[in-house]
Design a protein around this ligand. Sequence first.
Ligand code: MSP
Length: 516
Amino acid sequence: MNKSYYVTTPIYYVNDAPHIGHAYTTLACDALARFKRLDGYDVHFLTGTDEHGQKVEKSAEAAGIDPQEFTNKVSQNFRDLADFMSFTHSDFIRTTEERHKKACQDIWHRLEASGDIYLGSYAGWYAVRDEAFYGEDELKKGPDGTKIASTGAPVEWVEEPSYFFRLSNWGERLLAFYDENPDFILPKTRRNEVISFVKGGLMDLSISRTTFNWGVSVPGDDQHIMYVWLDALTNYMTAVGFPDTEADLYKKFWPADLHMVGKDILRFHAVYWPAFVLSAGLPTPKRVFAHGWWTNEGEKISKSLGNVIDPIELVNSYGLDQVRYFLLREVPFGNDGDFSRRAIVGRMNSDLANDYGNLAQRVLSMVHKNCDGVLPEPGLFSDADQVLLSAAKDALANVRAKMDVQAFHEALEAVWVVIRQSNGYVDAQAPWKLKKEDPARMNTVLYTLAETIRHLAILTQPFMPDASARILDQLSVPEDSRSFAAIENGKMLVAGAEMPKPEGVFPRYVEDECDS
Ligand code: MSP
């Protein structure tokens, strides 16, 4: 196998319990990883936890436990969430691991060797919540009159000796890099924001701290610990074996194909990270995609408002495939979106139960009842049959083109176009009437539909793995014939195959339950 694909989630701060935002970013990567595997790629899918820095140190202090013990505990919650959500990550990295310390120190040496590190002192604003330095011009007045960052995070004045990275030298080279790699930052609107930020002029970046201890020491100067973002970003290389650039994983997967991030952390990934990687003389990642944020019933999600959405509760209420479908279908990926019970129930009942579920259920039930549970032999395909069969076959190329630009909502819409077309075909062909009038024609219609549903269920696997597998089981599609190669090899369903008794895969969500 020679096609490889490396996708990463941000590594999550362990100061807090996992919430919908974390589940969303990882879900998007999971759908992509599953898609690429089905498309014949060898996929490396990385997630993990960001365990150093002042924010985590403070949370450990508040919990009254040692930071390592604290991170062990909270990191486990993120692993548990990933298992609960059945994510298919290949590795779960923790920045407190030994392998990562080695990688951080090596990258430091590389930046130093490039002449991009110097010792100075930092006097300025720092927001622990964002783990970010802010210029005076980026601050505003908070409700109580104190200064806050534009993100709403409180800031504090910091004065300390610090090593700096000569980011100011990298502006022109970054602009040239964005120019040569037009798809490095997606969506395009975010790309424009980054470019204007860089054009506005870059200041050197403080990359070490001395006023707390929880981090990786600067090589050769253990008074300093590395800035948590330099430490954190390096995880993407640690996980593929860096600093051993001869490691199999590194050779196969670096540079990463995609860093998936939320819009709030784009600057770190699209400005600082490529500058560090270029300065280190290493190949730059291919893409950073910044997705939007969820609100809850129109309100910003925040602990103080008490409206944090717990992904576990969500899945327990609506089902895993349903939540996956909703999150990836409801909002154009990249935009902000609003979570509401009404919206998820609407999607479950219309798109899943009425459109997809009903299609599969009525076709498979007719095969079961009218054809003795055996897939019937088709006769000659009519024009209408061929139109539907080729729409089903073409859907893969359409979905692939959308997945290549992380347009999950459009990928799903491309599948739904065929689902709706199939339902229209069922109504027009009325196979239930054909049983007496023209059983041979009924067989052809039911075969055409079963074959179309096979394509649909193969394509929905990355989004709704369980439901899709159940539909494929009901069509008696063998496990080894569920990849995209099974669409492209032109082999159709084998007539005469026994089909088990069908069961509904997408139940309707009962209205009075949702009104409560
Ligand atoms: N530790 C850094 C990332 C370092 S990567 C080298 C970090 N961690 S985080 O835990 O705060 O990250 C959270 C991720 O969840 C980000 O991608 C962020 O955009 C996302 N979300 C947090 N709240 C969110 C919503 N309300 N909606 C969608 N995603 C949100 O940043």
